[in-house]
Write a protein that binds this ligand. Structure first.
Ligand code: ZN
Length: 288
């Protein structure tokens, strides 16, 4: 594990693991969403991980600086994490030039040996700069914005061997593949038994506090399933559509009848409320 005592992401997650609650790791695509997420954290006195995609860093490089400014000025623990960074050279550019606290070094589109080798090298480079590292063991099926899709590559569940190999590669946060998928499950959420909580429990036990657990692929999760993930050891809950759908729906419903300024203002309120609701579900509210 990294020289973690001063790393914001790891401090937030270790406190959550100790306190047995979950922390939202929420994607923002623009400064309004970022603002709404931060307002929710302040209003609920909750820790929060702000996540940006590498594709967003290319479209909107200033957003990383806006997020870092929010992290520094907030009165609650926040941090900036880069989700699914799949290109080694882009990772090197990110860690050398942007004020990030942690990066998901996602080499899961390579075979396992190459995945582990690249992860180990990049984890060392991140740690040298005080940046924490997340990696995906096995392979989570599906794709997200700007991320190489694993289409044609089968989902591979995380095995006990994977867990030890990834810990040996020096990572700080493990994102296991336990039936979770990137993309939509459908309105009712995952099918019964689709998320293998028994595997999550076993992984959590095997890890024995050596690294922290992130859960990806939470679109359409009902609160009960998210709670179950937290109760079985996940502390970092990656959320995208789970929060942002209310923002999208607000724009879809009101764009033609509302002035732009008002539309955006109301959208921020809607997203803040939804984020607060999920902070309550994660029980991170009041923990800052
Ligand atoms: Zn993911």
């Amino acid at each position: 594990m990294a020289q973690s005592s001063k790393n914001r992401t790891l401090e937030i997650l270790k406190a959550a693991a100790k306190g047995k609650y979950g922390v939202l790791a929420a994607i923002a695509y623009n400064v309004e969403q970022l603002t709404a997420l931060v307002r929710a954290a302040e209003a609920k006195r909750s820790p929060l991980i702000i996540q940006l995609f590498p594709s967003t860093l290319k479209q909107l490089p200033t957003l990383a600086h806006a997020a870092a400014a929010a992290v520094r000025s907030a009165s609650v623990p926040l941090c900036l994490h880069i989700d699914h960074a799949q290109d080694a050279e882009h990772i090197r550019e990110i860690i050398a030039t942007l004020p990030v606290d942690s990066v998901m070094v996602d080499m899961s589109h390579y075979d396992e040996a190459e995945n582990l080798e690249k992860t180990k090298i990049l984890a060392k480079e991140c740690h040298d700069r005080g940046i924490a590292v997340e990696a995906e063991s096995g392979r989570i099926e599906g794709g997200e914005d700007g991320i190489a899709d694993t289409e044609g590559l089968e989902a591979l569940f995380t095995s006990p061997e994977d867990v030890d190999k990834f810990i040996a590669a020096g990572i700080d946060i493990l994102a296991p593949s336990i039936g979770n998928v990137h993309g939509d499950y459908g309105a009712a959420g995952p099918a019964p038994g689709q998320i293998h909580f028994d595997k999550l429990t076993a992984i959590h036990k095997q890890i024995d506090d050596r690294v922290l657990i992130a859960l990806h692929g939470t679109n359409d999760f009902p609160p009960k399933i998210l709670r179950q993930a937290i109760d079985n050891g996940a502390v970092k809950l990656n959320v995208n559509k789970l929060l942002l759908e209310v923002w999208n729906e607000h724009l879809r419903q009101n764009a033609s009848t509302t002035s732009l300024v008002k539309l955006i203002d109301q959208g921020m309120d809607v997203l803040q409320k939804e984020t607060e609701r999920w902070m309550d579900i994660c029980e991170s509210s009041g923990k800052a």
